[in-house]
Ligand binder design. Structure first.
Ligand code: GLY
Length: 361
């Protein structure tokens, strides 16, 4: 019998299935849905590590074509989309075709965008294979690509037919990728649930077995938010906690010739520390809570070297943040661990002070 906490999770237009139920539901869907053909989008990593496992679970008798893109955030752009649109066109995809995105956040975000725009929209299914994609990217219908170094600047919100979370794919991930996704789970605790945050902090080592139930809990948290506010008019903004400065730091490191690219979660961990510092000054987060957040995140994530000369380029990037309105940079801040507030303006001196605080930790 299924344990109650691994029940499927329904949103407005989609449904997330877990573990053994994933392939049962997928095969039933494919039998009923009557798609003219099925395309599977992979990247070079999931082609080698996940595709055979996925294909082994399919029980359908319709044509399947595999389309492969290069792995990595640097390829999450419109040129890669053009390649996939062309491949779909050359392989004869029509409006009743289905695209299955098998991969991490780059594949699910880019593949979702390709599906939503090809012939003005074909159906798609997300099969997230990274922790980041299982708890965040593949759920809630945000699709898109980067514009230069600006993260997720071009895209649409449109949910997939279904999301299939099979945690056995995580066994193929390196430890730093697991940690990267874990940052989004910690964020879910910080913005909505202090008890969940405490339980995540008790985990000594990230293993697929220990994570399965917690992944489900994170999807429940994210799904509750996106079901109430699918298009980010209000409470979906909470999910951007740590992402305002975090995205700017990630973007700066992505294109700076002397910097090592950061994984998304590594940048967001820095973002959550600096934005907690700001919250301590502006929105009521206490000093012990700030210390708790900083110590927890610094135990898990490597300290990032942010030089003084990086400050202004990072601050300049904030102007491109998608939450901004009327030229104002708006932050999500914590009132306390487990509760957030959105649309907060932050003076520039506090941004600089927050980066200094991080550097002095
Ligand atoms: N990743 C943030 C959101 O889905 O809104």
């Amino acid at each position: 019998m299924k344990t109650p906490q691994m029940q499927s999770i329904k949103s407005k237009d989609s449904i997330v299935y877990f573990q053994e139920e994933t392939y049962i539901q997928l095969n039933q869907y494919l039998l009923k849905a009557n798609h003219s053909d099925v395309f599977i989008l992979v990247d070079t990593n999931t082609h080698d590590n996940c595709l055979a496992r996925f294909m082994g679970n399919l029980e359908i008798d319709i044509p399947i074509e595999v389309i492969e893109i290069e792995a990595g955030e640097i390829n999450k752009n419109i040129e890669t989309c053009s390649g996939v649109w062309n491949a779909l066109s050359e392989l004869g995809a029509d409006r009743k075709s289905l695209l299955i995105n098998l991969g991490g956040g780059v594949v699910t975000d880019l593949g979702g965008f390709v599906a939503c725009t090809f012939k003005r929209g074909i159906s798609y299914i997300n099969v997230p294979t990274s922790l980041l994609a299982q708890v965040d990217a593949s759920v809630g219908g945000k699709t898109g690509v980067d514009l230069g170094n600006l993260k997720n600047m071009v895209g649409v919100i449109s949910e997939s037919e279904m999301v299939l979370v099979d945690t056995s794919y995580l066994e193929t991930l390196p430890a730093n990728e697991l940690r990267s996704g874990f940052a989004e789970m910690l964020k879910h605790g910080l913005i909505t649930d202090a008890n969940y945050w405490q339980r995540l902090n008790k985990i000594k080592e990230l293993t697929t077995t220990d994570l399965a139930d917690l992944i489900h809990e994170s999807v429940v948290i994210k799904n509750k938010i996106v079901t109430v506010d699918p298009t980010e008019q209000n409470i979906r903004k909470y999910l951007n906690f740590g992402h305002t400065l975090g995205h700017a730091i990630e973007s700066h490191f992505l294109t700076h010739p002397k910097k090592t690219t950061l994984l998304h979660g590594e940048a967001i961990a820095v973002g959550m520390i600096v934005e907690s510092f700001i919250a301590n000054k502006l929105s009521g987060l206490t000093l012990p809570e700030l210390n708790e957040v900083s110590q927890s995140l610094l135990t898990i994530y490597p300290k990032v070297i942010i030089e003084k000369e990086d400050y202004q380029p990072i601050i300049d990037l904030l102007i491109f943040d998608k939450k901004n309105v009327g030229g104002k940079v708006l932050f999500v801040l914590l009132k306390q661990i487990g509760e957030a507030v959105y649309n907060c303006e932050v003076p520039e001196e506090l941004l600089i002070a927050s980066l200094n605080y991080y550097n002095n930790l």
